[in-house]
Design a protein around this ligand. Structure first.
Ligand code: PLP
Length: 512
């Protein structure tokens, strides 16, 4: 008799799970639901064990039996528990990260992509997906404008960090054409530049590409976190005078903490003058290009050599939806291609459409469907509306802070993108002005945000990140991403709850 592979049941598990997902998604817009039902790792192990579906996969070690077949009822139970104890990133009160609620259309597209289960490397196994990728990239190129609209190359990639890696990788090979064969040893000392507010993926990329962190120069930023072009040019000239080869500027559209947009036009001029590749890391803030009213933040983006954008952040596509695009047609295959004979046979049908040799990976998810379907479902106007709503909420939040006369709020930075960085100031520390505050006052204020955050986490109230940057004590970073379910009244009410918690939890903070 053949071994039984799964427990006997009439119904495929997916049919039992999907209705649970509909219920879950319906519950996300309920403003009374907690953002998280916080548990310790030990508690989670106990909860799953008590429900009859322990987290451990039984192993056949020390003579004990291995993992037994689990009944579908128990698997459904595990899904229920997983949904209950996962962080509800789709909650209107989730502000912890640069993503938020998954758009319904994107969830549907993801299910489709999962069900068709294919890889976006060849037309042969992904005909429609291949064409959709071409079309989405074409649309994005048009939105960027300039030379991108005439010619471009691009890919959906697994995340903004990888997108930035592609940019450095391509630019590096362009600057040093022997690199692919010779390797970095014996070649020019290539040097890249990013701002001191840029994403840490540039540092990782400098290691991965063999540049080394010594050859990734951090450029100072102004009071809003924007790269200072004069400092960039100084650094380029310094590298040249030392015999190095400047080749790449990683500029940022919407820096992760402050939301700052670098001055792209000024940077483009410097890059042109000195022959550098300009990349724009717009993982977070490039969504502004979709909105006629916010497009000005991206002024000059069409002059760059390449750009990253994560539709899974502000626009509400499901994780992950990230794209890399360059205005240099053919560059991806030129640099990344290896012509693997088993996959990319030149003499098979439609081989010219294969995307797979452009990548640094092999198999690749069909992420383009989500963005294509969202764009079709919402039109340009809908894509812009999501972005505008996030910017409007941020403006309302910042205005409430500015207009409050009590001194309980202070902006840590002038807001950019949809990031509002602010302090709650306990009564005994008011008025707090960073520029004139003593170190002791700053140290005291540093304690406030973590106290408030952990209490909000325990209560399942809003999840908001905090951090200390450039010597500024811990401040909250409020970010608005995919916030269609949130309105101005919610935002004002949230500030009220933070203030109430602050009064309660911070009264014993003293200035030493
Ligand atoms: C989020 C972010 C990234 C990284 O994107 P992942 O998709 O998380 O890898 C890069 N740069 C900026 C500015 C970001 O905000």
């Amino acid at each position: 008799m053949a071994a039984k592979r799964v427990a006997e049941t009439d119904e495929p598990l997916s049919r039992r799970v999907v209705p649970r997902l509909f219920d879950y998604m319906d519950s996300l817009s309920d403003k009374k639901e907690k953002t998280v039902d916080l548990k310790t790792p030990e508690e989670l192990y106990d909860i799953f064990r008590d429900a009859g579906i322990p987290l451990e996969l039984g192993g056949a070690t020390n003579g004990k039996p291995g993992q037994e077949i689990v009944h579908p009822d128990a698997l459904c139970k595990s899904v229920d528990l997983l949904l209950k104890y996962s962080v509800r990133s789709g909650s209107p009160m989730f502000f912890n990260q640069l993503f938020g609620k998954a758009h319904d259309v994107s969830v549907a597209a993801d299910w489709v992509a999962t069900s068709t289960n294919t890889s976006a490397y060849t037309y042969e196994v992904a005909p429609v997906y291949t064409l959709l990728e071409v079309e989405v990239l074409k649309k994005v190129a048009k939105v960027i404008g300039g030379a991108f609209a005439d010619a471009h190359d691009g890919l959906f990639v697994p995340g903004g960090s990888l997108s930035n890696l592609y940019a450095i990788h391509l630019a590096h090979h362009r600057a040093d054409p022997e690199l692919a064969k010779r390797g970095a040893v014996g070649g020019p000392r290539c040097v890249a530049y990013t701002s001191d507010q840029s994403h840490y993926s540039y540092l990782k990329s400098s290691r991965l590409t063999g540049l080394g962190s010594d050859n990734l120069v951090k450029i100072a930023t102004d009071e809003c976190g924007r790269m200072i072009p004069e400092k960039l040019e100084e650094a380029i000239l310094k590298t040249k005078s030392e015999g190095g080869k400047p080749f790449f500027v990683g500029s940022t559209a919407g820096s992760t903490v402050l939301g700052s947009y670098d001055p792209f036009v000024a940077i483009a001029e410097i890059c042109k003058k000195h022959g550098l590749w300009q990349h724009i890391d717009g993982a977070w803030g490039a969504g502004a290009m979709l909105s006629p009213t916010q497009r000005h933040n991206m002024a000059g983006c069409e002059l760059a050599d390449s750009l990253s954008w994560n539709p899974h952040k502000m626009s509400g596509a499901t994780l992950q939806s990230s794209l890399f695009i360059s205005r240099h047609r053919g560059i991806l295959e030129q640099v990344c291609g290896t012509k693997a004979a088993y996959l990319f046979q030149p003499d098979k049908l439609n081989a010219n459409l294969d995307m797979g040799d452009k990548t640094i990976q092999c198999g690749r998810k069909t992420d383009m469907l989500k963005v294509w379907m969202m764009w079709k479902a919402q039109g340009d106007a809908g894509m812009a509306r999501t972005v505008d709503h996030c910017f409007n909420l941020a403006a309302c939040f910042a205005k409430t802070i500015r207009d409050d006369p009590s001194g309980q709020w202070e902006l840590a930075y002038e807001p950019s993108c949809t990031n509002v960085c602010f302090w709650y100031v306990p009564p005994q520390l008011r008025p707090f002005k960073f520029a004139t505050a003593s170190q002791a006052q700053r140290d005291a204020l540093h304690q406030a945000a973590p106290r408030i955050k952990s209490e909000m986490q325990k209560q399942g109230d809003a999840l908001i990140g905090f951090q200390a940057v450039n010597g500024r004590p811990n401040f909250f970073r409020m970010v608005f991403a995919s916030k269609d379910d949130l309105d101005n009244a919610d935002v004002v009410a949230l500030l009220g709850r933070i203030a109430a918690l602050g009064e309660k939890l911070c009264s014993d903070i003293v200035v030493n």
